[in-house]
Every structure is written in structure tokens, then in C-alpha cells.
Design a protein around this ligand. Structure first.
Ligand SMILES: NC(=O)C1=CN([C@@H]2O[C@H](COP(=O)(O)OP(=O)(O)OC[C@H]3O[C@@H](n4cnc5c(N)ncnc54)[C@H](O)[C@@H]3O)[C@@H](O)[C@H]2O)[C@@H](O)CC1
Ligand SMILES: [K+]
Length: 502
């Protein structure tokens, strides 16, 4: 698990390192600069002629230190400083003086195209308003030059906490960021501006405060491997039994994909409850599945359903379910009689968006997996509003529906109810944007929720972390599928196969 820090939390961590731990600010800056120089000298950058573009704050100080260290290594490195020198931060003032002492040349009106690398050290986590005047002109000229850019800490003009572009921003080939990633480097559009994000340790002795909110983190491969470890003493009944309520008359595929993903994600058994017309295609496509059936406009098979719900360790409801009268009755019955974790996806979410009463009296822990369109319907907001605030909109749905909410988008965010805690997903690509991909994620989430349900209490991770692990596995499976061909050719079935190569 990796912590992700907001600007305020990172500043607190810097302050704590300097004031409480006693590490001088210039030492941190030196380490920050050295980590950027190390990146620049890894053989993938042409350091023939380097320009460090420095702002008035400590980000600028990093830039001046980078130019000076490069100069001592024989690189032709120059400085271009923006802002009023009287308003420089102490760190910038000191670093600029040191650079001068080492003979680093300061240029006043550079032609950016003359350089082989530009260091973007205009603003870091201290950026506080849209870029204007000379800052904006510099950013636009850097972008227009086409010269590869290494951004220091965060591309200048990107909001550290939201990833928004503050009117103009530098587009970097890579960003070296210090101590921890920042939300703005992982959310769109900041993610597209940051290029490759390299997190470097500079000796920050934080505790930025575990309790401090908002709390952001990302799960990693080790977390997934740890979670998926199987006890050799287990059997198909103890690895998780998942009930999938999916597929209406016209939509058998969603049920098949979801149930197949359940089995490919480590669950021991899957049972599908689907519309009668899906009987033959379901058994042909997935001989491993058990099944029960319902018929449109006929009474629900309540006895069988009660037994299925008592058997399951987790329930997934919604993929391809339709919003028919009987589908809604099935959903209401399931919500009222489920006591194990309930994953609500697709049409289940659409039905709930139209009638929130469906969830009243629900005793189960819930995971909602809406894409942004479904989330907008659940929150009665516009899609644009939900896109503008990835974490906040996920959090709002978690609060409103007393659930954990997995907000699916190019960057998936999982929010937990009751606390401002968010997992930002770091895996996946546009390969995941294909029909049936959501059914696969619902299946993986159901399998993981069932596995968690079977764990002993002391080993149990939170439901939100379980859902975040499912989103991470889904993204990794998409990446594995993409490696075999290209993002354009990946299908949902290939994402399921990709699970084997994570
Ligand atoms: N000692 C420390 O505190 C360390 C700081 N570090 C670097 O310092 C950065 C943070 O430094 P600062 O807090 O000085 O912040 P910045 O260097 O990001 O910029 C802050 C300065 O820019 C001004 N400013 C902000 N937005 C502006 C805008 N749109 N137009 C014009 N002026 C604007 C502010 O008034 C302030 O003077 C980090 O991102 C990192 O690169 C690292 O060297 C690690 C150690
Ligand atoms: K920067």
C-alpha cells in the first residue's frame, strides 16, 4: 500500500522533517535535486544542453540546484528564472546564489528550442492559482518547443490535489516527485501531463498523520499477492462461494462474463440466477456454473433464492439484469434477504437510482460499482460534475447509499463510507474500455468480497480495500491482455484470461 499526499499533507511532512527532525531544508532540496539529476543521467535523456526554468518558490530552488549539480558533472546547464527576485523563497534565493557561485549561466530570454532537455521547476506543490503573465507565457513556450521536459515534483500548472489544469500546464515526459505521489499526478488530466511518475525518497521523516483527511492511498501488487494467498488446507467451499444475479432474456453474455470472472479470480464456486431463456447458452458457455432461473412476469422462485442467498459468501447483482418488473422484484428480494457482502452493478444501480427505497432495510455490507454515467444518475448530478471531482463524487455516493463506492473511469477511485478515505487505482489503460469489462470487474469484486468473507477476523481487510484490490486486479488483467495485442483489440473475455498473467 502506498500513501498519496495532498499539498497540505506534504507541506506538513516537509515542515515536520525540517522543524521536528532537524533536517535542514537545503539538505532536502539537495536530495530532491540529486534524484532528478540521477533520472536525467540514466541514459534515456539527451543532456547536451539543459535549461532549468525556475519559479520563485522552493520548486525553483530545486531547479537551480539541478542546474548547478549538472554543471559540476560537465553538462551545459543554464538557468531561466521567473518572478520578482524580492519575492523569492529563502530556498530559491540560496540556491540561485550557489548556482551563480558555481558559474551557472542565467539566461534572460531563451529560445526553448535550442535545448535538449527542459527542467520544469516553475511551481510545485505551492501552486495556488491559475497561471498568468510571464509564467503562462513560459509554460506555453515550453509546450510549443517540443523539447522533452522533466517536471520537478509536479508539472507546473497542475493542481496538486485534483489534477486540474490551472489555465495552462507543462506537459512532461517524466515527473520526479518527492516522498509520495500526489493525487494530481494520478487523476486526469494531471496524469496525462505528468508522463512517467517517479517517486523518489528524499529523507522525509513523515508522519503526515494517518488520521488526517482526506486520506489517499493506492494498493500495489504485493497487497494483491498477499490477499490472494490460498491456504493449502482449503477447499472449493472455503475459497468463497459467489451468487451472481445477472442476465435477462436479451443479455446472457453479461451473466457469463461476470460468473467466469468470479471463477478466474479465485472463488471456489459460482451460482448464477438468470432468466429462463439463458439456460442453454449459460451451461454451454460455462459448464463450471450452477444455476437457478426466473421467468419474466411469473412469481420469483423464492424458496430456491433463499437457499442460494444462505449458501453464498457474497452476492453480485446487476450485470445485464434489465430493469423489467420481475428484475426489480428480484433485486428487492435479494437486498432484503442478503446478509453477506452485496456487489451492486449496472442495472441494479440504475434501478436504485430511480428508486432509492430499494435499499431500505438492507443489512448487508454493500459495494457499488458505477461508471461515471451511473454515478451521475445515482447522485442526480451531471456527468461533468462527477468527472470534475473524482474522489468527492465517489465519497458522496458512499455516504448517500451507506456503501463503499468504486467509481469507474479512466482513473478508478474507491471511496469508503463514513470517512474521507480514497483508494486511487494505478493499474489499467484504455484497453479496459470495452463491452463487458464492467461485468468482469463486478465478478472479480464478488470473488474478492467472498474470499474476504471467508477470512478469519484478524486477517480481514476493509471492504473498501477489498474493492480497491479488485479494481487493481482488473486493471492489471487489462494490461496483460493489451501486451498480447494492443489496447484496441482487447475484449472482456481477454481481460478474464489476463487475470492468469497478473
Ligand atoms: N524544504 C522544502 O520545503 C522542500 C521543498 N521542495 C520543493 O519545493 C516545492 C514547494 O515549494 P513552495 O512551497 O515554495 O512552492 P512552489 O515552489 O510550488 O511555489 C510557491 C510560490 O509560487 C507562488 N505562486 C503560486 N502559484 C502562483 C501562480 N499561479 N502565479 C504566480 N505565483 C504563484 C507562491 O506565492 C509562492 O511564492 C515542492 O514542490 C518541491 O519541489 C523540495 O525541495 C523538498 C524540500
Ligand atoms: K514543477
Amino acid at each position: 500500500m502506498k500513501r498519496i499526499l495532498t499539498a497540505a499533507q506534504m507541506k506538513q511532512a516537509d515542515r515536520n522533517t525540517i522543524e521536528t527532525m532537524g533536517v535542514p531544508s537545503l539538505v532536502l532540496m539537495e536530495r530532491a535535486a540529486l534524484s532528478c539529476v540521477e533520472e536525467l543521467q540514466n541514459g534515456t535523456w539527451d543532456t547536451g544542453k539543459v535549461l532549468a526554468v525556475c519559479g520563485p518558490g522552493n520548486n525553483g530552488g530545486d531547479g537551480a540546484a539541478i542546474a548547478r549539480i549538472l554543471k559540476t558533472k560537465g553538462v551545459d546547464a543554464e538557468l531561466f528564472c521567473l518572478g520578482n527576485p524580492e519575492k523569492y523563497s529563502e530556498g530559491m534565493r540560496a540556491q540561485k546564489k550557489i548556482a551563480e557561485n558555481y558559474g551557472v549561466r542565467e539566461v534572460k530570454n531563451p529560445d526553448f528550442r535550442e535545448y535538449t532537455v527542459i527542467i520544469d521547476a516553475i511551481f510545485g506543490i505551492g501552486v495556488s492559482r491559475p497561471l498568468a503573465g510571464e509564467y503562462r507565457r513560459a509554460v506555453e513556450a515550453i509546450c510549443a518547443s517540443g523539447v522533452p521536459v522533466l517536471a520537478v515534483d509536479i508539472p507546473s500548472g497542475i493542481h496538486t490535489d485534483t489534477g486540474e489544469v490551472l489555465d495552462a500546464a507543462v506537459k512532461a515526459r517524466a515527473t520526479v516527485t518527492f516522498a509520495c505521489a500526489k493525487p494530481g499526478l494520478l487523476f486526469d488530466p494531471g496524469k496525462r501531463y505528468a508522463g512517467e511518475v517517479l517517486v523518489r525518497d528524499i529523507g522525509i521523516g513523515f508522519d503526515a498523520g494517518e488520521e488526517e483527511t482526506p486520506w489517499y492511498g493506492s494498493v500495489e501488487k504485493e497487497d494483491l499477492d498477499r490477499f490472494l494467498t490460498r491456504t493449502p488446507m482449503g477447499n472449493k467451499g472455503t475459497f468463497g462461494k459467489v451468487l451472481v444475479l445477472a442476465g435477462s432474456g436479451a443479455m446472457c453474455g453479461a451473466a457469463v462474463l461476470c460468473a467466469r470472472a468470479v471463477l478466474a479470480s479465485g472463488a471456489g464456486m459460482v451460482k448464477v440466477v438468470t432468466e429462463e431463456r439463458n439456460r442453454t447458452p449459460l451451461f454451454c458457455a460455462l459448464p463450471e456454473a450452477m444455476a437457478d432461473f426466473w421467468k419474466e412476469d411469473e412469481p420469483l422462485p423464492e424458496e430456491a433464492l433463499l437457499q442460494d442467498l444462505a449458501w453464498a459468501d457474497a452476492v453480485v447483482a446487476g450485470p445485464g439484469l434489465s430493469k423489467s418488473r420481475t428484475a426489480k422484484e428480484l433485486l428487492v428480494f435479494t437486498v432484503q434477504h442478503t446478509e453477506v457482502p452485496l456487489v451492486l452493478d449496472a442495472d441494479a444501480l440504475n434501478l436504485i437510482a430511480e428508486d432509492a427505497e430499494i435499499l431500505s432495510g438492507c443489512r448487508a455490507e454493500k459495494i457499488l460499482t458505477p461508471h461515471v454515467g451511473e454515478l451521475a444518475r445515482l447522485l442526480h448530478m451531471t456527468i461533468a460534475e462527477c468527472q470534475r471531482d473524482p474522489a468527492g463524487s465517489a465519497g458522496r455516493a458512499a455516504e448517500k447509499y451507506q456503501a463503499c463506492c468504486v467509481r469507474k473511469d479512466s482513473v478508478t477511485v474507491t471511496a469508503e463510507e463514513g470517512r474521507e478515505q480514497y483508494y486511487i487505482n494505478t493499474s489499467g489503460s484504455s484497453a479496459l474500455a470495452t463491452a463487458g469489462s464492467g461485468d468482469v470487474l463486478a465478478g472479480i469484486t464478488g470473488a474478492f468480497a467472498a474470499k474476504r468473507q471467508c477470512e478469519k477476523n484478524e486477517k480481514k481487510i476493509s471492504l473498501a480495500k477489498t474493492a480497491a484490490l479488485a479494481a487493481y486486479a482488473h486493471g492489471k488483467a487489462g494490461e496483460a491482455a493489451e501486451e498480447k495485442s494492443s489496447a484496441s483489440y482487447v475484449t472482456a473475455s481477454e481481460i478474464i484470461r489476463g487475470l492468469q498473467s497478473i
